[in-house]
Design a protein around this ligand. Structure first.
Ligand code: C2E
Ligand code: MG
Ligand code: MG
Ligand code: MG
Length: 284
């Protein structure tokens, strides 16, 4: 397009990219006020035991109800919040809100066993010195057992991590909080490295689950999942799979020994009431 406009090297070639950049800029500057105005909300997606379909917990997934653009998914604004550092107060808000919600569920279902709440942490939060204090604080004030909280950290955030980055995670793990390695299998982590990380759950990336959708399932993906599960279990790590969309996938992953699953086949992310009724019904 720049060429047809006379080859002016300085002419911007992509008006759509420009529009996106303007939107990004607008969203970035609107973030702090949005947090103050309460424009963020959380949807919860159940995690289910593959063995018997009972609810194991729920993952908190943040959304932004933007006054002009409508509901925005995290992929639209989390990277921006990461970049400006707003992820620290936003992440603290998500943690507090999700833990409060989980405490409420646990309260209502005291005999239903502990319900786990999974909260995503981004790399900037890991680097923030207040992290351990915030988590301790939120747990104490809510009264939620540390063992009911699971923090999800992406594999790529921990690849090659130095000990000082792992230290806060180690501290919260020692309190009894679970750490899950999110989107596992998409990074290039040395599997032997897993022993060094304070993680207790591997969350297998959706790309593997996709291979189970075909009939017959992709044999290479099956071998990989089988290998990961056996390695994980030998290291006493639990395996969760994300992106389960069909009964066939669920069955395949169950047969391969995965422990828990999450995906549209069970439920899309939704309002907290939804989890509440699933708990009452006892199974998805
Ligand atoms: P994630 O942690 O890997 O979360 C799983 C994503 O997969 C969610 O997208 C979820 O809606 C989607 N998903 C669940 N089941 C299915 C399925 O069966 N099929 C398909 N195609 N997708 C499925 P979402 O909500 O758009 O979140 C995207 C990412 O944003 C999350 O990926 C997570 O990395 C990040 N994120 C969400 N909430 C937070 C947060 O509070 N803090 C931080 N730091 N990151 C967050
Ligand atoms: Mg996650
Ligand atoms: Mg994930
Ligand atoms: Mg993912």
């Amino acid at each position: 397009r720049a060429k047809s406009a006379g080859g002016n090297r300085y002419e911007r070639a992509d008006p759509e990219a420009d529009a996106r950049a303007i939107t990004r800029h607008g969203l970035t500057t609107a973030l702090p006020a949005a947090l103050d105005r309460g424009e963020f909300f959380i949807e919860y997606q159940p995690l289910v035991h593959l063995g018997d379909g009972t609810v194991h917990g729920a993952e908190a997934l943040v959304r932004w109800c933007h006054p002009q653009h409508g509901v925005l998914g995290p992929d639209r604004f989390i990277p921006l919040a990461e970049h400006t550092g707003l992820i620290v107060p936003l992440g603290r808000w998500v943690l507090e809100e999700a833990v409060r919600q989980a405490r409420f569920w646990t309260h209502r279902h005291a005999d239903g066993g502990p319900l786990r709440i999974n909260v995503n942490l981004s790399p900037t939060q890991l680097h923030h010195p207040g992290l351990v204090g915030d988590i301790t604080d939120v747990l104490e004030r809510s009264g939620l057992a540390p063992g009911a909280l699971c923090l999800e950290v992406t594999e790529s955030a921990l690849i090659g991590a130095e000990e000082d980055l792992l230290k806060p995670l180690r501290q919260v793990a020692e309190m009894g909080v679970d750490i899950a390695l999110d989107d596992f299998g998409t990074g290039y982590s040395n599997l032997a490295n897993l022993r060094r990380l304070p993680v207790s759950v591997l969350k297998l990336d959706r790309s593997f689950t996709r291979g189970m959708q075909q009939h017959p399932a992709d044999p290479v993906d099956m071998k990989i999942v089988e290998g990961i599960v056996s390695l994980a279990h030998s290291l006493e790590l639990a395996v969760t799979v994300e992106g389960v969309e069909t009964a066939a996938q669920a069955e395949q992953l169950r047969a391969l020994g995965c422990d828990t699953a999450q995906g549209w086949y069970y439920a899309r992310p939704g309002a907290p009431d939804r989890i509440h009724s699933l708990l009452l019904a006892d199974a998805v």
